[in-house]
Design a protein around this ligand. Structure first.
Ligand code: IPE
Ligand code: IPE
Ligand code: MG
Length: 239
């Protein structure tokens, strides 16, 4: 249930989530790390429904970073198959709820063709939905995103005196999405790990000890309440 103390008129438009702690969740149970990733599906679905219920318009979730290729090959393979399967299992119910599914990240040769195909299918199926955007950061890195934007500036032959923040922003993966207002990271780590570097310039950061597979909509609501207690000044002074 949405807590009465949550101000329904002041819900963050865009929430970013670093879904961390799957490996530790599994290890504590004597399971393989991959079991933690599998258990994260319920957390993701419940969080997405909670975001829908409370009126969040964009939910960006960090599913696989450009640095996660450093993990053991079996874990990487599991994550690729898992994310493909997750789209197969969930895209229709999310579509029925009016969720538009988008992706942020590099489509490089390391991402299996079958995964890219499912991503395209999910994006195509849901492209006209307007209730909420679920943006999945997959093979995503904040630095890579900025590098890709700079490459496009050069390809577009933008003159030096026309290079400004707007010119860069327009070349990010999803310029149509507003910057995140709130970033939540689970598992008690206090870092961004290359998530939405450009876009998070003025996001409120909320950290929780909860491991991702245990995260539920109530934890999202608690993070939103924490956000509502913050004083966002954007470099100015209180009015
Ligand atoms: C987050 O959980 C999932 C991904 C990075 C894909 P981890 O796998 O990083 O879990 P911990 O941090 O090792 O516990
Ligand atoms: C961040 O978690 C990436 C994702 C959640 C997909 P990591 O577990 O990869 O980050 P570090 O290694 O702790 O910084
Ligand atoms: Mg981690």
């Amino acid at each position: 249930m949405i807590p009465a103390s949550l101000d329904a008129h002041f819900v963050p438009h865009h929430v970013g989530v670093v879904m961390d702690g799957n490996g530790r969740w599994a290890t504590r149970r004597g399971l393989a790390r991959t079991a933690g990733h599998g258990a994260g599906e319920e957390a993701l679905v419940d969080t997405a429904y909670g975001a829908l219920a409370v009126g969040v318009k964009v939910l960006t979730v960090y599913a696989f970073s450009t640095e996660n290729w450093r993990r053991p090959i079996d874990e990487v393979r599991y994550l690729m198959n898992f994310n493909r399967g997750l789209l197969e299992r969930r895209q229709h119910e999310l579509h029925a709820e009016g969720v538009r599914i988008t992706f942020s990240g590099r489509r490089d040769w390391r991402v299996p063709k079958g995964v890219l195909k499912r991503m395209d299918e999910a994006a195509q199926l849901t492209k006209d939905n307007r209730v909420m955007t679920l943006n999945i950061a997959f093979n995503y890195g904040g630095r890579a995103e900025i590098v890709d934007a700079v490459k496009r500036l050069v390809q577009d032959r933008v003159p030096v005196d026309k290079i400004d923040e707007k010119a860069i922003r327009e070349r990010l993966y999803h310029p149509e999405l507003p910057d995140p207002d709130l970033m939540v990271r689970t598992s008690g780590e206090f870092r961004t790990s290359n998530f939405l570097l450009w876009e998070m310039a003025y996001a409120e950061l909320v950290f929780t000890e909860v491991l991702w597979p245990d995260f539920r909509r109530e934890d999202l609501y608690a993070a939103i309440e924490e956000y509502q207690r913050r004083d966002r000044r954007f470099g100015g002074v209180d009015s």
